[in-house]
Design a protein around this ligand. Structure first.
Ligand code: DX5
Ligand code: ZN
Length: 217
């Protein structure tokens, strides 16, 4: 399948959010990635419902919301109401993951599970039939602009085998340190969705960079 590109709003100019979202609207981006951080699960705080609702009003792209928060069950309905189309929770933050992803699907969102760099993909074996996407964190979550962790390639290849062997309809998304230099190898390894923050918003021509990420091979 053709791969998707999901620029991460975390690297945008927050004083000019409407302009940034409008730029994404007219780009080749497939989704808009929204990072929610609570200062507990990760050592950083980003933004919450009022900002997501404001972005939803101007975005023509589906919102790909990535929760880096503890106890996400408390807020699933509110994220749906704020405009999330995909909702990804961290594996490490969910005690009853099956219940959480089932609830996300009941709320008519795509359910994603994110893995920290140290979490083995094997742990997903029994959840793959219940989800739409796995997000492999290719940096330690909490901040944009970090260096891509190279051990991620073998995790992606292993996960791709698991998904294909089981015949599951599950996308693989990568997030952290993705740019036009490593994107092709990631797609070859089995990735379906590229998240990119600084490499897009920090470039001189963000629309051109998104086009490059979209037309790699
Ligand atoms: C990191 C976030 C990422 C971040 C990626 O915790 O989950 O989505 O925005 O930023 P870059 O692409 O700059 O590494
Ligand atoms: Zn993210």
């Amino acid at each position: 399948m053709e791969h998707l590109v999901s620029p991460s709003l975390l690297a945008a100019d927050f004083a000019n959010l409407e302009r940034e979202v409008t730029m994404i609207n007219r780009s080749d981006a497939d989704w808009l990635h929204i990072d929610v951080m609570d200062g507990v699960f990760v050592p950083n705080i980003s933004f919450g419902f009022p900002v997501i609702k404001a972005v939803k009003k101007v975005s023509s792209k589906p919102l790909d919301v990535h929760l880096m928060i503890v106890d996400p069950d408390r807020y699933l309905t509110q994220f749906r109401e704020a405009g999330a189309n995909n909702l990804t929770v961290q594996y490490e933050a969910c005690t009853h993951l099956n219940r959480t992803v089932t609830e996300i699907r009941n709320l008519e969102m795509k359910a994603g599970v994110a893995l920290n760099p140290h979490t083995p993909v094997m742990l997903l074996k029994n959840i793959l039939p219940y989800i739409d996407m796995v997000l492999i964190m290719t940096v330690n979550p909490g901040f944009g602009g970090q260096l891509f962790i190279k051990e991620s390639y073998s995790k992606i290849i292993e996960l791709r085998k698991m998904i294909d062997a089981g015949g599951y309809n599950v996308l693989i998304e990568v997030d952290g340190g993705i740019d036009t230099a490593n994107a092709s190898k990631l797609i070859e390894s089995g990735v379906n969705v590229l998240v990119a923050g600084n490499s897009v918003f920090g470039s001189a021509d963000p629309v051109g960079t998104i086009r490059k990420l979209k037309n790699l091979i």
